[in-house]
Each structure stands twice: as structure tokens, then as C-alpha cells.
Ligand binder design. Sequence first.
Ligand code: GRF
Length: 218
Amino acid sequence: MNTGPLRTAVLISGTGSNLKTLIEASNRGRLNLDLCQVISSRADAPGLEHARTAGIPAEVISESDGGLQDQKITACLRPHDPELVVLAGYMRILGRQPVEAFSGRMINLHPSLLPLFPGLDTYRRVLEAGNPMHGASIHFVTSELDAGPVIAQVQVPVRENDTPGDLAARVGPREHALLTATVELFARRRVEMSHEQVLLDGQPISQPLQLNEANVFA
Ligand code: GRF
């Protein structure tokens, strides 16, 4: 089995706090990663600075690339042959080409307990629905938006009088912990997708792994 650093590419659009989490975990040896490429859909994404500071090649592939964005993303990633492509706050819907090219190797971080609240604005929507729990999910990317097999989740209780901002501020750190723990499973080559099912150590999981308070999958 391959035990070398996991060749990992990260796609961002904004602040890149999740990218920063991966860089820091890699730097302190918590994750065995080779962060080989960052792609941003926006030239002004503050997260690009994290990539530059860490010396990771960073490319902007944005709307100014017209209808060629998806082709350019695939062409940019292919030479690195990434074992994992992480959509970390990537706010554009990827087309079929990169999704198929990296099928089973591409994951997305989504701020809700999928299948609840796919799409945008999840904090406001969960509060309006009056649900007692919110959280974040990491799923394999398939051609349907936020609908690929869910690998892992972290739950965060909704508090009375929470605003969307309050809830986002509490989910954020838990989402970072979820990302670290999930990417560790990939770095240890323990997780894969087969026939649109998540396999952990070669066995299908019946429901998403749940990260507990100690940042361990229960
Ligand atoms: C995260 O909450 C993620 O779940 C969502 O966008 C946010 C981006 O965070 N998809 P960052 O750019 O990694 O700080």
C-alpha cells in the first residue's frame, strides 16, 4: 500500500480557512500531505495568500476564462495526478469533465447535515426550519450538486436566539476538525468510493461517520 504523502489539490473561492487548516496540519505532521496545487475561482480570494505563503503552486481559473473553466481546471490538476481534490469553500458548480476525471478522488465540504440543506445559505435556512441540529458534511463529488455519498459529518446544536452568524461561527471550527479527521482517513488510504458507496477499510459504511467532541469518529 502507498504510504507516501497524499498528493492533494485544494480548490477555493474565499477566505481559505479550510485550506489554512490543511496547510497547518501538514506542517506540524498531523497530516501526511503533499499539497501540490491550489486553484481559486476568484483572483481576489484572500485564501490565495495562504497558498503563496506555504509555497504551494496557485492558479486562478475564473469566470474570465469563459466556458473553458472546467477544461482548464482538469488540465491544471492532471499533471499532479492528485490522489485527493478538496473543494474547500469552492463556490462554483464544477462541470462534468473535472467531476468525472477525478471521480472517487474529489470531496466537498458543505455546511449542513446532508441530505438536509444542499445549496447556499444553510445557516439561515436551518434557523428558519427550527431544526435543533446543524453541522457540516464531507461528501464525494458526483455530477449532482451536494448529493454524492456522504463520508463524514459533525453535528453542532442550534441554540435559542442564534443568528446565522452565531451558528456559522460555531460550525466553522468544527468543520475544520472534520476536514482534518476526514483527510487523515484519505492520507492513511482507508477510504474510497465504489459504485457510489463510501468504503472504509474496504467495507461499505451504512451511514456517515460522526465526529465526536474529542475529534474522533465514533
Ligand atoms: C465553509 O463553511 C464551507 O463549508 C463552505 O464555504 C465555507 C468556506 O470557508 N462551502 P473557507 O473559504 O475555507 O474559509
